[in-house]
Design a protein around this ligand. Structure first.
Ligand code: URA
Length: 208
């Protein structure tokens, strides 16, 4: 999508996404679910696609899975407003079916641009579809969850999809443990940022 190259803000990108006809899902949606949160977030969560409630409200993760995600975000010592939340697909697939490869390809430029504009240090992939898109290859969730990978200068942390965790009790335990690891990673990133800021301030002072 050449047109996205010139875009510099989330507002412009949202307007472009509203006009998108790159797959057929726009035709069936109630609302586009672009994403929401802190445009300067250090951590960005990426889910699969809007479900019924998200489609109704035009906001990501507002149903039962969203309630769990909000609790998990709070377990990091953060509020929902501190992070950014988006999905691989911006329109709801009928009956919540899995995204089709052509829908993922059609929507990916919007996620890519969102990531570029927000520029979070950590991307948290919620489930296998997000992990596939953010890592660039299919993953075995059983072996990849709770781990992070370096991709294009960012850290991609992989965990289960909250809806899957609500469905399978074993995964609920797993996702909670993963968020303990994610908190360590987040705290490390914040500490590094603070050290870099202090170093920058010292260099500035010695320059004057
Ligand atoms: N599941 C998702 O993957 N995304 C949402 O926004 C809601 C449920």
């Amino acid at each position: 999508m050449e047109r996205l190259n010139k875009i510099r803000s989330l507002d412009e990108l949202l307007r472009e996404a509203e006009r998108c006809r790159n797959c057929l899902l726009w035709n069936e949606r109630t609302n586009l679910v672009f994403g929401e949160g802190n445009p300067n977030a250090v951590i960005m969560f990426v889910g699969e696609a809007p479900g019924f409630h998200e489609d109704q409200q035009g906001r990501p993760f507002v149903g039962a899975a969203g309630k769990l995600l909000t609790e998990l975000i709070e377990s990091l010592g953060l509020k929902r407003e501190d992070v950014y939340i988006a999905n691989v697909l911006k329109c709801r697939p009928p009956n919540n079916r899995d995204p089709l490869p052509e829908e993922i390809n059609a929507c990916y430029p919007f996620l890519k641009k969102q990531i570029e504009i927000i520029s979070p240090q950590i991307l948290c992939a919620l489930g296998r579809h997000a992990a596939y898109v953010l890592l660039g290859h299919t993953v075995n969730m059983n072996t990849s969850h709770g781990k992070y990978y370096q991709v294009d200068g960012r850290l991609v942390f992989v965990t289960y999809h909250p809806a899957a965790a609500l469905y399978h009790g074993k995964l609920l335990d797993g996702i909670k443990k993963d968020f303990i690891e994610l908190k360590k990673l987040y705290d490390d990133v914040i500490q590094q940022k603070e050290e870099q800021n202090k170093k920058g301030e010292r260099e500035q002072l010695s320059f004057w």
